[in-house]
Design a protein around this ligand. Structure first.
Ligand SMILES: C[S@@+](CC[C@H](N)C(=O)[O-])C[C@H]1O[C@@H](n2cnc3c(N)ncnc32)[C@H](O)[C@@H]1O
Length: 233
């Protein structure tokens, strides 16, 4: 992935917001890399923990507290997972576009439409009719009702994620797979052996992710997708 907004020694520190930033998992390394980060999350106990990492406040991706053009970078690494209504996802992405500066970067993650199919096959869950029905529904609609084991969620196809960013006004939109095509093999190995996958298995899975990156038809094999685009200058 070549898109970069990393500050260097000649730049002023880049301002970014981590929308749906949870407890500050990503904010921690962004702060370490020299970024100023404002983290927004609707869950009070996440915000409390993230406050130890960066500026953190309760809020919703659909109504951000910042003024227009505040940030160099806006990342949404989670909110789109939890907004099954397309109008809500559009509002969240439009808000990201509003608070990023002209030419600034927006990065949005999504759960892949096919992730639960791969995961439950790897974990040998798909032999029951209940699981088959549940996965069939996710594949058909992209939504999970949150009734068992996982929260209400939306699962994107790669093309759909790109269209959503473009519809929000972003330019030069690109989609990347995050885990690559071998992530569910690691899960299957871990499940079958009851141990962590070997270093060679992890290295192979990472190599597969890098080799697959330039082939959009392999996006469907990832567990998560990352879309990036820039606001108009
Ligand atoms: C799977 S977690 C990801 C946390 C973190 N970004 C990460 O990648 O580790 C999803 C996060 O999105 C947050 N979230 C859910 N709905 C949201 C919304 N409407 N606006 C902003 N954040 C939301 C959740 O509270 C949660 O912290």
């Amino acid at each position: 992935m070549t898109t970069s907004a990393r500050p260097d020694s000649t730049e002023t520190t880049a301002g970014s917001t981590d929308v749906g930033g949870g407890t500050g998992v990503h904010a921690r390394w962004l702060v370490k890399d020299g970024y100023d980060v404002d983290l927004i999350d609707p869950v009070p106990r996440h915000v409390e923990r993230a406050s130890a990492v960066c500026t953190a406040m309760e809020g919703d991706a659909r109504s951000l507290p910042a003024a227009d053009g505040t940030y160099d970078v806006v990342q949404l690494l989670g909110p789109l997972y939890h907004l099954p209504d397309p109008a809500d996802r559009h509002t969240a992405l439009a808000e990201a576009c509003r608070v990023v500066r002209p030419g600034g970067l927006v990065a949005a993650a999504a759960i892949n439409r096919y992730a639960s199919l791969f995961e439950h096959a790897a974990l040998a869950h798909l032999h029951t009719e209940r699981m088959q029905a549940s996965i069939t529904e996710i594949l058909r609609t992209g939504t999970y009702d949150g009734k068992r084991g996982f929260t209400i969620a939306y699962f994107h196809r790669a093309e759909e994620l790109a269209v959503e960013l473009k519809d929000a006004g972003l330019k030069g939109v690109e989609v990347f797979g995050i885990e690559g095509p071998a992530w569910s093999l690691l899960k299957a190995q871990q499940h079958a052996l009851g141990t962590m996958p070997s270093e060679d298995s992890v290295a192979s899975a990472l190599a597969a992710a890098r080799l697959a990156e330039s082939y959009p038809e392999l996006h469907a094999s990832n567990s998560h997708l990352l879309a990036v685009g820039r606001a108009s200058s």
